[in-house]
Ligand binder design. Structure first.
Ligand SMILES: Nc1ncnc2c1ncn2[C@@H]1O[C@H](COP(=O)(O)OP(=O)(O)O)[C@@H](O)[C@H]1O
Ligand SMILES: [Mg+2]
Length: 444
């Protein structure tokens, strides 16, 4: 530790020297001043100030006042030959931490100085702790100590109070849902509806009626009128998950809601108004869809007012121990050192969702209360393993790039049992982008 610096302000030269020598022999760094004015200049570099009350020019009490107005955190001990109670009380009122009536023994001086420095240390530690706590963005149950997550929390805090449209991007399982809900929870709309729409799960021909509602008789089977999600979510938040899967015909209508806050129910020409905040999420790179023309540029820019990119877990491994601790507690187990090491080393293609599942399964099946390295049950599906890009082969023998692409798309469809949305996810494409490719291949 660095030596504490003590500033002695005393107009009597002999006393100044004696005090200074004593403190120096006790291994403090000593600075000395003969006047308050001189002392004030040295105050900010000192850990403790020892000052006489009666000084030529500005006196000790006035100096205390001055220090306080400068927001100084340096503690001050006041010494005075006029050791009256009034003086002491007045000095303490103005922020002095202790009072030394003159004459005092050097031992007494040592004790008072040590105590003041100890108090100061505690106070500084408290302040640092408070500041650190204040800076750390924490959201209920969202764990994130990595700089990337801390930045995301700060952004969430900043945009939550606004109406700005947010576009969350990140692989499946990184926490897009959680962040969307946190934005809603921290917004003035928190008591209003939060309506999530999974654009992949809704078949294209039902999407319009799901989003915007329909009137009785709008189509066969429409026996009653029904409000859509945008109507239900009025004054609240709409969360459009997997926005890349919204078909072109609906994209135009979404754009209108975002721009004009207007829409019509299916089978009606009455224009409805809605006040919703829109949060969208995507696990594919929408810019690729823009280039292919499967996603409208104007809609993209409307959605992308505040972009939040959540990095995959493997790019913020420092979050893993905290997440592990959190999930272990949630599932009532304990993860040992060796087990944690294994969890840190894995590349988590399914991100936090996969980690959560692994911890749950592991704790459920572990032999004892404390999970060891051998208990960890990561069951990585072979299709998820990273491709063997390490081979020096460029393209398979005799294949063109088009043929190679087609073979990969066919393989994806096979693995997805013909489900195009699922196949698109395997390929990191939007459903529309995959459809575009299939059309080009003559398969659609
Ligand atoms: N930072 C986090 N802290 C705690 N749990 C998380 C975090 N991120 C994700 N999870 C958990 O992982 C799972 C997947 O998160 P989710 O928000 O649904 O991801 P996404 O929408 O990106 O696929 C959820 O069970 C969620 O509770
Ligand atoms: Mg999600």
């Amino acid at each position: 530790m660095q030596r504490p610096v003590i500033l002695v302000i005393e107009d009597e030269e002999k006393q100044r020297r004696v005090i200074g020598l004593h403190l120096a022999s006790a291994h403090y760094d000593v600075k000395a001043a003969g006047t308050a004015e001189e002392g004030l200049k040295l105050a900010s570099d000192s850990d403790l100030i020892l000052t006489d009350l009666k000084l030529p020019g500005m006196d000790g009490l006035a100096m205390l006042e001055k220090l306080r107005s400068q927001n100084s955190h340096t503690p001050v001990i006041v010494m005075s030959a006029f050791g009256t109670v009034e003086n002491a009380v007045e000095a303490m009122k103005r922020g002095a931490v202790d009072f030394l009536p003159k004459p005092f023994s050097l031992d007494h001086l040592s004790v008072v100085v040590e105590k003041a420095l100890e108090v100061r240390k505690l106070r500084d530690e408290n302040r640092e702790l408070r500041e650190a706590l204040g800076k750390r963005y924490q959201f209920e149950n969202i764990i994130g100590h990595s700089p990337a997550m801390q930045e995301i929390f700060a952004t969430v805090e900043r945009v939550a109070g606004t109406r700005a449209t947010v576009l969350l991007a990140g692989e499946s399982g990184v926490g897009k849902d959680m962040i969307a809900r946190a934005i809603h929870q921290h917004s003035p709309r928190r008591d209003k509806p939060f309506v999530k729409i999974n654009c992949t799960a809704i078949p294209e021909n039902l999407m319009e009626s799901e989003l915007f509602g329909y009137e009785k008789g709008a189509f066969t089977g429409a026996n009653i009128s029904k409000p859509g999600k945008f109507e239900v979510a009025d004054t609240g938040t709409v969360f459009l998950d997997e926005i890349g899967d919204v078909p072109g015909s609906i994209q135009v209508k979404l754009l209108r809601v975002l721009q004009e806050h207007e829409f019509e129910r299916l089978g009606s020409n009455k224009t409805m108004h809605t006040d919703v905040r829109v949060i969208a999420a995507t696990n594919v790179d929408l810019r690729a869809a823009l280039e292919q023309g499967t996603f409208r540029e104007d809609l993209y820019y409307r959605l992308n007012v505040v972009p939040i990119d959540i990095p995959p877990l493997r790019e913020r491994r420092e979050d893993i121990p905290y997440l592990v601790e959190y999930f272990a507690k949630k599932f009532g187990g304990e993860i040992g050192e060796g087990a944690l090491e294994r969890l840190m080393a894995y590349h988590w293609p399914g991100n936090v969702r996969e980690l959560e599942n692994v911890i749950e399964r592991t704790i459920l099946l572990a032999k004892g209360p404390r999970v060891g390295a051998d208990d960890i049950r990561i069951d990585s599906a072979p299709s998820r393993a990273r491709p063997a890009a390490q081979t020096d082969q460029f393209l398979p023998e005799g294949m063109t790039l088009d043929e190679y692409e087609q073979s990969i798309i066919r393989e994806a469809l096979k693995r997805a049992n013909g489900n195009k949305s699922h196949a698109a996810r395997l390929l990191g494409l939007t459903r529309n982008a995959l459809r575009y490719r299939l059309t080009q291949m003559g398969l659609e």
